[in-house]
Design a protein around this ligand. Structure first.
Ligand code: PLP
Length: 400
């Protein structure tokens, strides 16, 4: 594959209104019209390029959306106030009462909670399946199914979806394949592999500064128009709108994403190899031992690597907690949820980001108590980090 998503971001050219090298930030919630007729046409969706009201679009959110659409190779995109704002509006746009969703069972805790606990209130029901088994996925599809939902690299178990295979099923049964690509921006391009809609939580790698939440839906013009429709668009009507100031700030951070992802990936692969060698149960898609290593490799834009996320099994929750507290004390990272920061972040998913998933279901999907999820940081000297982490692990008795 010859796609170069980072080049597509670089090639965009937006000037500020006075020739500034950054686009001007639109500081307005509403926009004037020269004629009443244009205002009417804009409401009807017939006046391209006219801004109406900031909950619909602003120049600043449009710049960010277009950059993300270029990155994912989709026709266009719509940014929102959070990843969950994007995910819920897409699902609500695609599903009506009595519809059915087939979803990976290892997904972000908030998405899981939405599909499991909230959507059934609207009579939208979900079958949660092992997304790596296409036969199981196919047998869960029924006549009411509208959406096939997965994460390209799943949270927190780092299972990798066979997007080609899922896209074939989606085509066969006339479903929309929705892929949350938050864990693998640049590394994987789901649209190129057949996904209909690509979602990101911008909060994570894409913004990379842990200073805001944000989300994006990348898709066809038709899909994005429907999300933004003043009459029945979920993005427009639910109102999870990103502010212009934030959109401008995320756009600036997006421009260094390729450099950051390469360093996250380099550091994560380095540590994963060392930890595995030390006898730790290590999960990282870049390791040959990872069950989805080959499928990731076949899908990836190789220059960006296997991403910054990895897990280790510390053996028990007590050891996991002690290790994380010690690593934080030694300034090796922060005991915090989220990902994509310059510092390494670690958390025990079973008792934090995936605590929405009942304990017995956690067990069934292989989410052990002792699991620590790492978002590996941008450390300049990763060998030094490794030595210091290893010392912590020895002290806690995670390795001998
Ligand atoms: C964080 C995250 C989300 C939710 O995004 P927010 O910006 O926190 O709303 C969705 N999917 C994945 C994979 C995530 O990591």
């Amino acid at each position: 594959m010859a796609i170069k998503p980072a080049n597509k971001i670089q090639d965009l050219q937006y000037f500020g209104e006075f020739g500034g090298v950054n686009p001007s930030i639109s500081d307005a919630s509403t926009f004037t019209f020269l004629s009443a007729k244009t205002m009417f046409d804009t409401f009807e969706g017939n006046a391209d390029g006219c801004y109406l009201y900031a909950r619909h679009t602003t120049p600043s959110s449009m710049y960010l959306g277009e950059a993300l659409a270029a990155m994912e190779g989709t026709e266009t995109a719509n940014v929102s106030a959070s990843g969950m704002g994007s995910i819920t509006s897409v699902l609500m746009q695609l599903c009506a009462a009595d519809d059915h969703v087939v979803s990976s069972r290892t997904i972000y805790g908030g998405t899981y909670a939405f599909l499991k606990n909230f959507a059934p209130k609207l009579n939208i029901n979900t079958s949660f399946v092992d997304i790596t088994d296409l036969k199981v996925v196919e047998s869960a599809i029924n006549s009411k199914t509208k959406v096939l939902y997965c994460e390209s690299v799943s949270n927190p178990l780092l299972e990798v979806a066979d997007i080609d295979g899922l896209a074939m099923l989606a085509k066969k049964y006339n479903l929309k394949l929705v892929v949350d690509n938050t864990f693998s921006p640049l590394s994987i391009s789901p649209k190129e592999l057949g996904a209909d809609i690509v979602i990101h939580s911008l909060t994570k790698f894409i913004n990379g500064s842990s200073d805001t939440v944000g989300g994006v839906v990348c898709g066809t013009q038709e899909m994005i128009d429907s999300l933004k429709s003043v009459n029945d668009g979920a993005a427009m009507l639910f109102g999870a709108t990103m502010d212009s100031l934030r959109a401008a700030s995320i756009l600036k951070n997006l421009r260094t994403l390729h450099i950051r992802i390469k360093q996250h990936s380099y550091n994560a692969l380095y540590l994963a190899k060392k930890f595995e060698n030390d006898g730790l149960k290590t999960v990282y898609p870049g390791l040959k031992s990872h069950p989805s290593h080959t499928i990731f490799k076949s899908m990836m834009n190789s220059e960006y690597g296997y991403g910054g996320m990895m897990t280790i099994d510390a053996g028990s929750l007590e050891k996991a907690n002690a290790l994380m507290e010690l690593m934080q004390k030694e300034n090796l990272g922060y005991l915090a949820v989220s990902l994509g920061f310059y510092k390494t972040l670690f958390s025990a998913p079973g008792s934090s980001t995936s605590s929405e998933i009942p304990e017995d279901e956690q067990k069934e999907m292989g989410l052990n108590d002792g699991l620590i999820r790492f978002s590996i940081g941008l450390d300049n000297d990763i060998e030094r980090t490794y030595q210091q982490m290893k010392a912590c692990m020895k002290k806690i008795g995670v390795i001998s």
